[in-house]
Design a binder for this molecule. Structure first.
Ligand code: GLC
Length: 715
């Protein structure tokens, strides 16, 4: 009899339910806190898993209680939200998506896993894979952006990075893909609100990144708090059992979100915790995070005949198997056994700086305001995010402290040691306090350039951070407008560095600024990365993985929309448009300026007649006609012009990069399998339909900037 069956045969019901229970410790509060003494429960076997415990010694102490002082000695599974770094913070996931670089996505997850494991952790609640097209929703910051194809690649890269090649290794952590499924489509962008979308959209847009994570071998999956068309994901047998486990073949552990099982009562589908526990267990949820519904509810559910001990055993087996795969039985103390080498930490900070540089998107650069000339003598550095170390972390900052992130002030001082930098906050991020404005405006006098750091606080995106207004918070707009007016009088250029966890609706700022860098939240090396771009040590290369609206009223806005029967036409009143705003975004998916300027030509696609088994290859010439060396990201989209179901106007199928010196020309090759042109037909089953496919290649999801060719899908 193997270890798992031997343990199972000797476990009491309380010990079994303990393996299905995950309780929070004090390191971070990531949900409604439920008090309780974990120590005694760990020793009795009534708690078998923990979250929010960080620190090798604390983990060792708790692990010792389970392994050496409990009856069966089953090790604890301990998890934490290592979303974009642990102690070294990388850019928020939305920013990192804009690198369009799977190798780096894997690398940062691998580095985060090393730090998390060194702190004793064996599980991270990441990657977050919720496709989001609504910037009102704060969790857009945590995910892969608006496109499912991009989300699929991020999913696979992150699972590989966190889990490595051997899940039992001392520096590997189990990944937990979340939040399954369609959480990004909450009603009106309001956090935790209902989700009511078509099955087609669930399967075409929100499911693919999770399917990719399962295919990559993700160890855990976390259902979303939300319902899907009235069925809460935590109790959604069709989505968890039938789709995830039966159809996609996921045989890992499903961990509920924080208290989500108990919240089935608020959803109105369970009368009490016993009923809620029964629904979740039957749907396939293995671990109850912080609801105590399994521990306290399943014994009653058993008495009511709502569940069987066999169903409980099935979940216990999956949890014990995960602990075995993690090597926790062999050596429960292997994670956290050795501190990291300081040289590794230094290298990791350098990586954080490089990734931050590459995640920042230059939205505007009039008259080559950037990079600043070396002749600059005086800089005015203004705004509430100019010297804000805690904010540079962005939401879900892991174990990073409030200090330790390089601020813009520190970064510019390091980059410009001989330049006089006058710093003034002007106004706070959100409070209605204008007392600092006059000093800030005074600081503009005599400056060669003004760097204005505006935007959101780290906690204004991420969980429980929906915003109905998508402009600058507080009185920042009034302040910025005064700075712009003063700068015009002084004929001084204004460079805006915008910090946010979402696209902001600030057309007035884009219009008034001479240059704009969308920095998102760049993490530990924020200030150095921003300074590298401002002084020209690197060219901006980031691309936005989400569309930037002109107005909040356009939301949801994304490039993969299906056509209207009345496509917009300025000359025809009765066509799909607004009376007051253009249809297109202010900045489309994939947009990002560099210190070069790229022109595209000579698109050639082969073969012209394509069978399903073949590859489609596109070559395009790219020329840098700009002044600076830079890296261009080239995208390949397709459009199925005539099919049994209306198809999206653009679908992303490939991207590639090319770095060119000024005046240089190169050729980029983009290829993808024709089989990727399958889609869900009328019956929601995959079909490969013959006929014309447009191939569109260029710098972003703006059809006007794409070169076009066509291929014919043939038998
Ligand atoms: C939170 C979040 C989830 C996180 C979990 C544990 O409520 O929804 O993303 O992993 O609780 O902190």
């Amino acid at each position: 009899m193997n270890r798992i069956e031997r343990l199972l045969s000797s476990m009491t019901l309380s010990e079994k339910l303990g393996q299905l229970t995950m309780t929070a410790c004090g390191h971070a509060v990531t949900g409604p806190t439920i008090a309780g003494d974990s120590t005694a429960a760990i020793k009795s076997g009534a708690i078998g898993n923990l979250l929010n415990l960080v620190g090798a010694q604390d983990v060792r102490d708790m692990q010792k209680l389970a392994v050496e002082e409990s009856r069966l000695g089953i090790p604890l599974l301990i998890g934490y939200d290592v979303i974009h770094g642990h102690r070294t913070v990388f850019p928020v996931p939305l920013a990192e998506a804009g690198l369009f670089d799977p190798a780096t996505w894997t690398l940062t997850a691998r580095e985060a896993a090393k730090e998390a494991a060194a702190d004793g952790l064996a599980l991270t609640f990441a990657p977050m894979l919720d496709v989001a097209r609504d910037p009102r929703w704060g969790r857009i910051a945590e995910g892969p952006g608006e496109d499912p194809w991009l989300g699929m690649r991020i999913a696979a890269a992150k699972v590989r990075g966190f889990q490595g090649d051997d899940l039992s290794a001392a520096d590997a952590v189990a990944a937990c893909a979340k939040h399954y499924c369609a959480y990004g489509a909450v009603m009106a962008g309001r956090e935790y609100a209902s989700v009511d979308i078509s099955e087609r959209t669930v399967l075409e847009v929100h499911m693919p990144p999770f399917a990719s994570a399962v295919h990559a071998g993700v160890a855990c999956i976390m259902p979303a708090f939300t319902d899907l068309a009235g069925v809460p994901m935590t109790a959604n047998a069709a989505m968890l059992r039938d789709w995830l486990r039966d159809k996609l073949g996921f045989d890992g552990v499903i961990i509920s979100d924080y208290n989500a099982i108990a919240e089935l009562i608020h959803h109105g589908v369970a009368a009490d915790k016993a009923a809620a526990a029964a629904l979740a267990l039957q749907a396939g949820v293995d671990i109850d995070m912080m609801a105590d519904a399994y521990r306290n509810g399943l014994p009653i559910a058993l008495q009511r005949g709502l569940v069987t001990i066999g169903q409980i055993d099935t979940s216990v087996r999956r949890v014990l198997k995960l602990k075995e795969n993690l090597g926790l039985f062999e050596d429960p103390y292997r994670r956290g056994a050795r501190a990291e080498d300081p040289a590794e930490l230094l290298k990791r900070r350098e990586l954080a700086r490089e990734v931050a540089v590459r995640s920042i998107v230059m939205l505007k650069n009039t008259a080559s305001t950037l990079p600043l000339s070396a002749s600059v003598k005086r800089l005015a550095l203004l705004g509430p995010l100019a010297d804000a170390s805690p904010e540079m972390r962005g939401p879900w900052w892991g174990a990073a402290g409030e200090t330790g992130q390089i601020t813009v002030l520190e970064g510019l001082r390091d980059a410009f040691p001989a330049v006089e930098i006058t710093h003034a906050q002007g106004v706070p991020i959100a409070a209605d306090d204008v007392s600092g404005m006059s000093a800030a405006l005074q600081a503009c006098e005599g400056a060669d350039a003004i760097v204005l750091c505006a935007g959101e606080a780290a906690t204004m995106s991420g969980e429980a951070a929906s915003r109905a207004h998508l402009g600058l918070p507080g009185v920042q707009r009034s302040f910025c407008e005064l700075v712009f007016a003063r700068a015009r009088q002084l004929n001084t250029p204004v460079i805006v560095v915008l910090f946010s966890g979402r696209p902001l609706v600030v057309p007035w700022l884009i219009e008034a600024a001479d240059a704009v860098l969308a920095a998102w939240f760049p993490g530990s090396e924020a200030g150095h990365a921003i300074a590298d771009l401002i002084v020209g040590r690197a060219s901006p290369s980031g691309r936005t993985p989400v569309s930037w609206p002109r107005a909040a009223g356009q939301v949801p806005i994304f490039f993969g929309e299906r056509p209207s029967g009345r496509p917009a036409a300025a000359s025809d009143h009765f066509t799909s448009k607004y009376l007051d705003v253009a249809n297109d975004p202010l900045f489309p998916f994939g947009f990002g300026l560099t210190y070069g300027k790229f022109e595209f030509g000579n698109l050639r696609v082969s073969p012209h007649a394509v069978r399903e088994s073949q590859m489609i290859e596109a070559l395009i010439d790219v020329t840098n006609v700009g002044a600076g060396e830079a890296e261009e990201t080239v995208f390949l989209f397709t459009h199925d012009v005539l099919a049994s179901v209306a198809r999206p106007l653009l679908e992303l199928k490939a991207f590639a990069k090319i770095k060119l010196a000024p005046g240089a020309r190169g050729t980029v090759t983009l290829s993808f399998a024709a089989a990727e042109l399958r889609f869900l037909g009328l019956s929601l089953q995959p079909v490969f339909e013959f006929g014309e496919i447009e191939i569109l290649v260029g710098p972003c999801a703006d059809r006007a900037k794409l070169l076009r060719a066509v291929v014919q899908l043939t038998p």
